[in-house]
Design a protein around this ligand. Structure first.
Ligand SMILES: Nc1nc2c(ncn2[C@@H]2O[C@H](COP(=O)(O)OP(=O)(O)O)[C@@H](OP(=O)(O)OP(=O)(O)O)[C@H]2O)c(=O)[nH]1
Ligand SMILES: [Mn+2]
Length: 180
């Protein structure tokens, strides 16, 4: 369990675990960037930009899409990284068995009632994805779909406020640039 290991070991074990889980997945950008760049980027935003130094939050950021997008189970997360990390990952995982519209609606509802740890992961996840949309348009997306993502992301972010000044300011300037 992560709490019994030194932080460097935990982080490397976790990056490797996530990389193995996401190994066959690519991002939707024309370059088909390896998917693992996203969870690593979210963790990097938290450490490097938001100055978050809680190991459980960083591990949860690295793992945040493993259950949603791969065959990983919550018990596997708990066995390898402990119950605190499991709880955060649970909070940020969409139920993929629900229709997309319902999943998107639930993210707005769940944002408000999330723990501060889960809110940090969500803020960094949204910041990464919005920056990524500004960098490259996913294949098959048009400008309207990009705009709709910004509009929806803003509704989620409103519920995450009061958590981290830096992340909220970065997100606000992205919304402002799009007049959202
Ligand atoms: N901007 C961007 N996103 C990409 C790209 N490739 C994959 N994604 C992922 O796509 C998701 C957003 O696309 P949608 O069509 O809205 O959602 P869906 O994949 O869940 O159906 C994000 O999931 P998520 O991380 O789970 O976040 P969330 O949007 O569900 O909060 C994001 O990580 C890419 O090249 N650019
Ligand atoms: Mn994500």
């Amino acid at each position: 369990m992560s709490c019994n290991q030194d932080p460097i070991s935990s982080i490397i074990k976790c990056v490797y675990f996530a990389a193995e889980k996401h190994k066959n997945q690519r991002r939707k950008d024309p370059e088909k960037t390896p998917y693992i760049n996203h969870p690593i980027g979210v963790a990097n935003i938290l450490v490097d930009e938001a100055k978050v130094n809680d190991i459980n939050i960083i591990l949860a950021a690295l793992l945040h899409d493993t259950v949603e997008d791969t065959d990983t189970s919550f018990s596997e997360i708990e066995e390898n990284f402990g119950p605190v990390v499991r709880k955060i990952v649970e909070e940020v995982t969409d139920d993929k068995s629900l229709p997309k519209e319902e999943r998107k609606r639930l993210q707005i509802v769940h944002a408000i009632e999330s723990s501060p740890q889960a809110k940090l992961v969500k803020l960094a996840d949204k910041l990464f994805n919005l920056r990524d949309l500004n960098r490259a348009t996913p294949e098959g997306w048009n400008e309207e779909r990009v705009h709709e993502y910004f509009v929806w992301a803003k509704k989620v972010v409103v519920g995450l406020k009061g958590t981290n000044t830096y992340l909220e300011k970065e997100l606000d300037s992205l919304f402002q640039l799009r007049s959202v």
